[in-house]
Design a protein around this ligand. Structure first.
Ligand code: FES
Length: 191
């Protein structure tokens, strides 16, 4: 009697159908992810409380002219206003700061500068040298004179300090507060 040789059973039609169904489901799930993930990302970005809107390019009253030293020494003032994001309103919060100084010029008696360094966004302070006071950014050692001009050549800063528009209204100093794009040679306001 000849030995019985077993051979693999032929694949059934139901196995093919199952494979086809699984492949279609996988494609549908992956396709769904491809659509849902960007939509969720956009929604999260929109609702994120960090996405806060602060008014820029508006005039703010910062101080009375009489508070500025007659000798031209700069003084720093916060810019305070109401702030809001997609969910909340935050009354009376600082949105930035400005250096103010008297210039001694009748036509343009007060100069205002952004405290943010145009190089990489550190805060510019004051430094006392044997030659007097100057503006100074400690992050990458950039010096500026009291007109906001760079004193070092080359300087880490790609431009002079960002000067802001000033209006005197009944003895009070109003400044058009704006933020500017960092790292560019031109002073370009953020939109
Ligand atoms: S951030 Fe001011 S010098 Fe670099």
């Amino acid at each position: 009697m000849e030995p019985t040789v077993s051979s693999p059973a032929p694949e059934s039609g139901s196995n093919d159908a199952r494979r086809s169904f699984i492949a279609k489901m996988s494609a549908a799930v992956l396709g769904g992810f491809a659509l849902v993930v960007p939509a969720l990302t956009a929604l999260t970005a929109y609702l994120n409380p960090v996405r806060q809107r602060s008014p820029g390019g508006e005039f703010f009253r910062l101080t009375a002219l009489a508070t500025l030293p007659e000798d031209g020494t700069p003084r720093r003032f916060p810019v305070i206003t109401d702030r809001r994001d997609a969910w909340n309103r935050y009354p009376r919060e600082p949105i930035g700061a400005v250096w103010l100084r008297r210039t001694g010029d009748q036509q343009d008696p007060v100069a205002a500068f952004q405290v943010v360094c145009p190089h990489a966004g550190c805060i510019i302070g004051l430094d006392t040298t044997p030659d007097g006071v100057r503006f100074f950014c400690p992050c990458h050692v950039a010096g500026f004179d009291l007109e906001g001009r760079r004193t070092d050549r080359p300087s880490p800063s790609p431009r002079d300090m960002d000067r802001l528009e000033v209006e005197l209204r009944d003895g009070e100093v109003w400044v058009k507060f704006e933020n500017f794009i960092l790292g560019t040679s031109q002073q370009i306001a953020e939109s």
